[in-house]
Design a protein around this ligand. Structure first.
Ligand code: FAD
Ligand code: SF4
Ligand code: SF4
Length: 417
C-alpha cells in the first residue's frame, strides 16, 4: 500500500462508498474498478499530490458527510432538530398510474424528473439505472428523453458510482438534475463550494431516502440461496412493478426467479446486511438535497398485506425553496398527485432506523478514533446536538461497541459474516 494515499486509507477504514467523485475530479490518476472484495472502489495509478489530497478531503463522503450549507437554507424556522431543513413535506405519488406501479414506491422522483425535463428546466437527468461492471450493480445513466427517465426508475440496492462522469457531463455545458443517494449529494454540495459549475448547471439535487444497500458478499449469498450463479445472471430488478414489488433475477438463458422484498431484505431492519459506511451513516434523509422521496410504511417495513395491495405513496420533502417550488409546480401541472400533508415527526415513524443512526453518529465516530482511525466527520448535520439524546451509559456502550467491531475487522470491505 502507498502509505501516503488518502484514498487507500479511506477504503481501509471502511469509509469509501464508491461514489466515483474522486475519479471524476482526478481522471488521469484515479479510476473506478471492482475491488477484490467485489465493491466498486477507486484505484490510483499515480498517487495524488498533497494539494490534491486536501481537495479530496473537502468533498469525499468517506471523510465528511454534509447537510445543507447554511447559505442554502431559506428559512431557519423550518430547520427540524432531527430531520433538518424542511420547506415542505407531503405524501404524494406520480399522477400516471403506470409510472406509479413501475416505480420503487409511488414514482415521486420519476414524476419530478419528468416535470423538470418536459418543462425545459434541464437538458437531461443524471440518474442510476441497473447493470454496470456486474449484472446486479447500478450505473449512472444520462437520461435525455422521458422514456429514458421512466426506464431508469426504481431502486438499485447495490454498488454504483453515480458521480464518476458528473464533471465530464458538466464540461459539455448542459444543465441537469441529479438523482443520487444522500452521501453522493453531500459530496456534490461540498464540491459546489469550490466549483461554480455545480450551482450553475445542476438545477436540482434529488435523492431517495437511504438506509443502505446490499454489499457484494450478501448479494452473492442471496443468489446462492435461490440456486443462482452470478455468472448466469443477466440483470436484477430489486423492486418496482408494485410497492415494493418483487425482487426479480433475470438469467442469460431467459429464465427468471422472483422473490418478495422481505425474502430479499429479511424481516428485521436491524439485521440488514449493509456496508460499514452505511451502518455508521449520519444522514440517510438527504439533508443536502433540494428534494427527497421515501417510503411511508410504518417502521420502513411493508407487511405481507401491504406487499400485495399497496399502490405506493411517497413522502416527498422540499428542503430548499427551489425544491419546494419544484414540488408545488409538479403538483400544479399534474405530474405529481397530492395524497395529503405530512409533518417532519412522521419521519420518526416511517424511518426509525435513520433516527437511531443520526443520534448515535458521534458516539460511533468517537469509537472509530479510539480504534486508531481518522474516522468520519459531519458538517451542518447537528450530530453534536443530537448525541445529547443518548444518556452517558448508552453513548459509552455505542462508542465501545464500535471500537470492538473495528478491532474484529467488521468495517473492512472483505468482512463477510
Ligand atoms: C440504496 C437505497 C436505499 C434505500 N433505503 C430507503 C430507506 O431506508 N427508507 C426509505 O424510505 N426509502 C429508502 N429507499 C428509497 C426507496 O427505495 C425509493 O427509492 C424512494 O421511496 C423513492 O421512490 P420513488 O417511487 O419516488 O422512486 P422512483 O420514481 O422509482 O425513482 C427512483 C430514482 O432513484 C434513482 N436510483 C435508483 N437506485 C439508485 C441508487 N442506488 N443510487 C442513486 N439513485 C438511485 C433512479 O434512477 C430513479 O431516478 C432507498 C433507495 C435506495 C436506492
Ligand atoms: S467515497 Fe467517493 S470520493 Fe471518497 S474515495 Fe470513495 S469513491 Fe472516492
Ligand atoms: S446509508 Fe448513507 S452512506 Fe450508505 S448509501 Fe445511503 S446515504 Fe450513502
Amino acid at each position: 500500500m502507498n502509505s501516503n494515499s488518502n484514498i487507500e486509507q479511506i477504503i481501509e477504514e471502511g469509509l469509501c462508498i464508491g461514489c466515483g467523485l474522486c475519479a471524476g475530479v482526478f481522471p488521469s490518476q484515479v479510476q473506478m474498478q471492482v475491488s477484490p472484495s467485489g465493491h466498486l472502489r477507486p484505484s490510483e495509478n499515480t498517487p495524488l499530490s498533497s494539494e490534491q489530497n486536501i481537495h479530496l478531503q473537502s468533498f469525499c463522503p468517506g471523510v465528511v458527510h454534509s447537510g445543507l450549507p447554511s447559505d442554502k437554507i431559506s428559512n431557519l424556522e423550518n430547520l427540524d432538530p432531527m430531520w433538518g431543513p424542511i420547506e415542505t413535506i407531503v405524501r404524494a405519488h406520480s399522477s400516471d398510474a403506470k409510472i406509479r406501479h413501475k416505480a420503487a414506491t409511488g414514482g415521486g422522483l420519476t414524476a419530478i424528473s419528468l416535470y423538470l425535463l418536459e418543462s425545459g428546466q434541464v437538458d437531461c437527468i443524471l440518474q442510476v439505472a441497473g447493470g454496470g461492471l456486474k449484472a446486479y450493480f447500478g450505473h449512472s445513466q444520462l437520461s435525455q428523453t422521458s422514456e429514458d427517465i421512466v426506464n431508469g426508475c426504481s431502486s438499485i440496492y447495490a454498488s454504483t458510482s453515480p458521480l464518476e462522469n458528473l464533471l465530464k457531463i458538466l464540461d459539455t455545458g448542459i444543465t441537469i438534475a441529479l438523482v443520487a443517494k444522500p452521501c453522493d449529494i453531500s459530496a456534490v454540495r461540498l464540491l459546489g463550494k469550490k466549483d461554480p459549475r455545480i450551482d450553475q448547471q445542476i438545477k436540482a439535487l434529488l435523492t431517495p431516502i437511504c438506509g443502505g444497500f446490499f454489499p457484494p458478499f450478501a448479494m452473492e449469498k442471496f443468489l446462492k440461496s435461490v440456486g443462482a450463479d452470478e455468472s448466469d445472471v443477466e440483470s436484477v430488478s430489486y423492486r418496482g412493478e408494485g410497492c415494493p414489488g418483487p425482487t426479480t433475477i433475470r438469467f442469460k438463458n431467459g429464465e427468471t426467479i422472483s422473490k418478495t422484498y422481505l425474502d430479499f431484505w429479511g424481516t428485521d431492519s436491524s439485521q440488514w446486511h449493509i456496508p460499514w459506511r452505511c451502518r455508521i451513516c449520519p444522514d440517510g434523509s438527504g439533508e443536502a438535497a433540494d428534494i427527497v422521496s421515501g417510503d411511508t410504511w410504518p417502521n420502513c417495513e411493508p407487511t405481507l398485506e401491504m406487499m400485495e395491495n399497496d399502490l405506493g405513496t411517497n413522502v416527498v420533502i422540499g428542503r430548499t425553496s427551489r425544491g419546494a417550488e419544484i414540488i408545488n409546480a409538479a403538483i400544479k401541472t399534474n405530474y405529481l398527485s397530492l395524497e395529503g400533508n405530512a409533518k417532519p415527526s412522521d419521519l420518526d415513524y416511517w424511518q426509525p432506523h435513520l433516527v437511531r443512526k443520526k443520534i448515535t453518529a458521534e458516539a460511533r465516530y468517537a469509537g472509530m478514533r479510539a480504534a486508531g482511525q481518522v474516522g468520519l466527520s459531519t458538517l451542518d448535520l447537528r450530530t453534536d446536538v443530537l448525541k445529547e439524546r443518548m444518556n452517558e451509559a448508552d453513548y459509552q456502550q455505542e462508542l465501545e461497541g464500535t471500537t470492538r467491531r473495528i478491532k474484529i475487522g467488521k468495517h473492512r470491505d472483505d468482512f463477510t459474516e
